[in-house]
Design a binder for this molecule. Structure first.
Ligand code: CA
Length: 227
């Protein structure tokens, strides 16, 4: 049974989320204060976190940043709950490390679909132990990615994206191909979400100034390719 940590200060929404998530077979816990999140994460070890954007004391965005820098929490799937509908905020949430976002008010079936899709891509079941291209090596068992000797820090969505690229190096994937491979058919994701995650993957892979191995193919998509 997957465990979900709800981080939300609106108690009415916590009640609704708990009820519906438990009805759908999830185990839940919650905190209403941003300051208590880290402590709760270390004691509860959830499989996924629903993280409200606007929280007392520490914002969801700040929590998200902290989680992505924490060695033991980096792989934790994060869905941001945002009351704001502006495009910039959505892209901002994804670019600082969230895996998905959902805008309030949202429907429960929509949230369930997103949670299930994210859990699926966060626990890939690869057939091989390792995949590699040039100096990039992915170790599926340890959930680690290396660039040469350096460990590359990736969130679950970027990890899955790289896994897709490594499955067919030098193949050009359209954004639609990548959406289907990484996010699945079940949920609606905007095409530019793909661009945001590719950008993050690229930044992580090249963080020590390495050669960029992801190629943007104009009007076609992306490929893992040595130029
Ligand atoms: Ca709030």
């Amino acid at each position: 049974m997957s465990k979900i940590l709800i981080v939300e200060d609106e108690e009415a929404l916590v009640t609704i989320l708990k009820y519906n998530l438990e009805k759908n077979g999830f185990e839940t816990s919650f905190v209403t204060d941003g300051k208590k999140v880290l402590e709760k994460l270390h004691t509860d070890r959830p499989d996924i976190i629903l993280l409200d954007w606007m929280l007392p004391h520490v914002s969801g965005i700040e929590i998200c940043k902290v989680l992505r820098q924490d060695h033991s929490l980096r792989h934790l799937p994060i869905i941001m709950l945002t009351a704001r509908g502006e495009e910039n905020d959505k892209v901002n949430a994804l670019s600082i490390g969230a895996d998905d976002y959902i805008t309030k008010p949202f429907s429960i079936p929509e949230l369930m679909a997103r949670i299930k899709a994210l859990l699926r891509r966060a626990s890939p079941k690869p057939e091989k132990e390792k995949a590699s291209y040039k100096d990039i090596v992915m170790d599926f068992e340890k959930k680690l990615v290396y660039r040469g000797k350096r460990i590359v820090h990736l969130g679950p969505t970027e990890f899955r994206l790289l896994e897709v690229f490594l499955g067919s190096p030098e193949k050009v994937f359209s954004r639609e191909n990548l959406l289907t491979a990484v996010w699945g058919h079940a949920i609606h994701v905007e095409l530019r979400t793909v661009d945001v995650h590719v950008k993050r993957l690229r930044q992580s892979l090249n963080a020590a100034g390495e050669k960029d191995l992801i190629r943007t193919v104009r009007s076609m998509g992306y490929a893992l390719m040595s130029k």
